[in-house]
Design a protein around this ligand. Structure first.
Ligand SMILES: C[S@@+](CC[C@H](N)C(=O)[O-])C[C@H]1O[C@@H](n2cnc3c(N)ncnc32)[C@H](O)[C@@H]1O
Length: 262
């Protein structure tokens, strides 16, 4: 695996998710996803890949933008794929839900667009990721994405470290790193920018469930079940206000008409 620019020790995030809980609490991702979706330029008859569809809440919005087109909803978590199949059932005639890994060559034919939200930061090897996406995107096709970027949830990770779990299971790239990697993978018209999104959540149990299901999912995997409640309490006490210091990395690009540039 190519090492990211920053000198972090990459720890693999667990593959599986509590998909039913994620589906219930993913309001911030669904809201941001709707805004990112507006950046896709669509006639309504294209074939678009949702790379890391999760439980399908944003994919559902994508399906509505493609009344005569097709959606390929891809995720590597079997639990998320099952949840997405359930949610996308009304669009089954023009949707394919696939369990596949974005760090490997994708089992797909050419698509007109790639869309992705809240996923790329779960992958450390962005060179491989962008090469696999470029390989399935038709020349001139669009990439529109958003993920965690440099500085994302830094307070949450600092609190987790102080509570005893120091982990880099996610990778929050900068716009410069991402622009360079996208160009090397054969993308043009590349534009990347950061967007701070401090996100208040309901205090108490909803905040704890959110941290457990999303931000601290890899950290909790490192602990015995008996240690997890005290760890979560410790992190919540340090954070005080139930606000997550999200910073999103926006990405728009187009696959070169002539293949790889570099
Ligand atoms: C936070 S969820 C986002 C889901 C959805 N896009 C949304 O915005 O609600 C991140 C998703 O990325 C998926 N994912 C992480 N690494 C992946 C990989 N290597 N290949 C495919 N999917 C991956 C996870 O399984 C998870 O469903």
């Amino acid at each position: 695996m190519t090492k990211p620019d920053s000198d972090i020790t990459a720890t693999k995030a667990p593959v599986e998710w509590d998909a039913a809980t994620y589906d219930r609490i993913a309001e911030p991702m669904t809201r941001w996803g709707g805004v990112v979706l507006e950046r896709l330029q669509l006639m309504g008859d294209e074939c678009v890949l949702d790379a890391g569809c999760g439980s399908g809440r944003v994919t559902e919005q994508l399906c509505r933008r493609l009344p005569r087109g097709r959606v390929i909803a891809l995720d590597r978590s079997a639990a998320m794929v099952t949840e997405a199949q359930r949610r996308l059932a009304p669009y089954a005639s023009r949707t394919t839900v696939l369990c596949a890994d974005l760090t490997k060559p994708l089992p797909l034919r050419s698509v007109d667009g790639v869309f992705s939200t809240a996923t790329f930061h779960w992958i450390h090897d962005h060179e491989a990721l962008f090469a696999h996406l470029a390989a399935v995107l038709r020349p001139g096709g669009q990439l529109v994405a958003q993920c965690g970027g440099a500085g994302n949830i830094a307070r949450v990770h600092a609190a987790a470290k102080a509570a005893g779990v120091d982990l880099e299971a996610t990778y929050f790239a900068t716009p410069d790193q991402t622009e360079r990697r996208l160009k090397a993978a054969g993308f043009v018209d590349v534009r990347c920018w950061l967007q701070p999104e401090p996100t208040p959540l309901e205090p108490g149990e909803p905040f704890e469930t959110y941290l457990r299901t999303v931000c601290l999912r890899p950290h909790l995997e490192q602990l015995a079940p008996s240690e997890q409640p005290a760890f979560l309490r410790n992190v919540m006490e340090q954070l005080g206000e139930p606000v997550i210091d999200y910073v999103r990395l926006n990405i728009t690009a187009r696959r070169s008409e002539i293949g790889r540039e570099a």
